[in-house]
Design a protein around this ligand. Structure first.
Ligand code: MRU
Length: 342
């Protein structure tokens, strides 16, 4: 396969490498991902994370394994193993469905390689389109609040919600970004803070629980988030804490926008209740792990509830910004998400 690199994924000398998103921003560590077991581990531990990136990394690995001579039955098994790594982000399933069709071709090796590279290129282009459409909604002088990480680390391009913010900032419309730290795994405090710093976009980091106060003080003009799945009725799943922000934004009369590529849309999923929500390890909540080791503050035998995502109902969303354009609540009520978008 030809070499390429994105911010957090690269192929050199026919080897897949991933940038460790658990080590950032303290350390920049690239790990090889030579086989399915390695990538499964990277995805489950969130070294590779973000809805688009999970699907892209799995697709690229399959193509490389095919080039290395893995037989078709083993590739089929590998595909299903990768599909089962994380349940909520549908981009993984959508990308792997396309890879499965390539695997069914008589010349499956070039078909898989072309499809994986096409997915990377498409994701770059989708991010650009989302950024352009979304920026039309950002008014001059905006103070925007975002949650989790939706940038170049999570995609092959400029990102989704962060892509919009970046584009609007280049137009001079962003005064400041409020970055939710995003407990428990701190994707905001570690990754979004790092990315916005690299992009020279002014931001301030806040604890998730501070958003309400900022909104009450009139210091937030809009909320921008990404999504892991958009159901047919417009409900979305995204990082835990997104729903709380949507409720708060609604209460304070602040627009709440969702930015995502069409690969995040699942027309077969009727509503948010049908979206599978990943449950994660108690250790993510009982303390924190980092380059310093593990620090546990909760009692040893504590019981924990740790859903990685929540569902925001369509009724709380002001606009869905897709690569095809801005979708309004009226269009969602008329059933636009019940159709295939591409
Ligand atoms: O558990 P994560 O870090 O993979 O969750 C990521 C999110 O929830 C993002 O907001 C979403 O995947 C969109 S990334 C463009």
């Amino acid at each position: 396969m030809q070499s390429f690199n994105t911010l957090s994924l690269k192929v050199t000398n026919n080897q897949l490498w991933i940038l460790d998103q658990q080590a950032l921003p303290q350390e920049t560590v690239w790990h090889p991902s030579p086989d399915v077991a390695a990538l499964v581990e990277h995805i489950r531990t969130l070294r590779v994370r973000g809805a688009p990136l999970i699907g892209l990394s799995a697709s690229v690995l399959l193509a490389l394994l095919a080039e290395n001579g893995m037989p078709v039955t083993a590739l089929e098994h590998a595909l299903e193993t990768l599909r089962a790594t994380r349940p909520t982000a549908v981009n993984l399933m959508n990308n792997l469905d396309r890879m499965k069709r390539a695997l069914e071709q008589p010349q499956h090796v070039p078909a898989l390689v072309q499809e994986a590279l096409r997915l990377i290129e498409e994701d770059r282009a989708l991010c650009e389109q989302i950024a352009q459409h979304g920026a039309t909604l950002v008014k001059p002088g905006s103070r925007l609040l975002t949650h989790c990480n939706t940038g170049g680390l999570a995609t092959a391009g400029v990102g989704t919600a962060i892509g919009v913010i970046h584009h609007a900032h280049r137009q001079g419309h962003v005064e400041r970004v409020w970055v939710d730290e995003t407990r428990p795994l701190l994707q905001g405090g570690r990754l979004t803070a790092w990315e916005l710093g690299e992009l020279n976009i002014p931001y301030r980091l806040i604890c998730d629980s501070m958003a309400a106060t900022l909104m009450a003080q009139g210091q937030v003009d809009a909320v921008w988030v990404g999504a892991d799945r958009i159901a047919a009725n417009g409900d979305i799943a995204n990082k835990i804490g997104t729903y709380s922000l949507a409720v708060l934004a609604h209460y304070h009369g602040i627009p709440f926008y969702v930015a995502a590529p069409h690969t995040t849309h699942d027309a077969a999923c009727p509503d948010g209740k049908a979206i599978p929500i990943e449950q994660r390890a108690a250790s993510e909540v009982t303390g924190v792990a980092g380059s310093f080791g593990i620090c546990q503050w909760a009692p040893q035998d504590v019981q924990v509830y740790n859903p990685a995502f929540d569902v925001t109902p369509a009724s709380l969303i002001s606009g869905w910004v897709l690569d095809s354009g801005v979708i309004t609540p009226e269009q969602v009520q008329a059933g636009i998400f019940t159709q295939a978008l591409r």
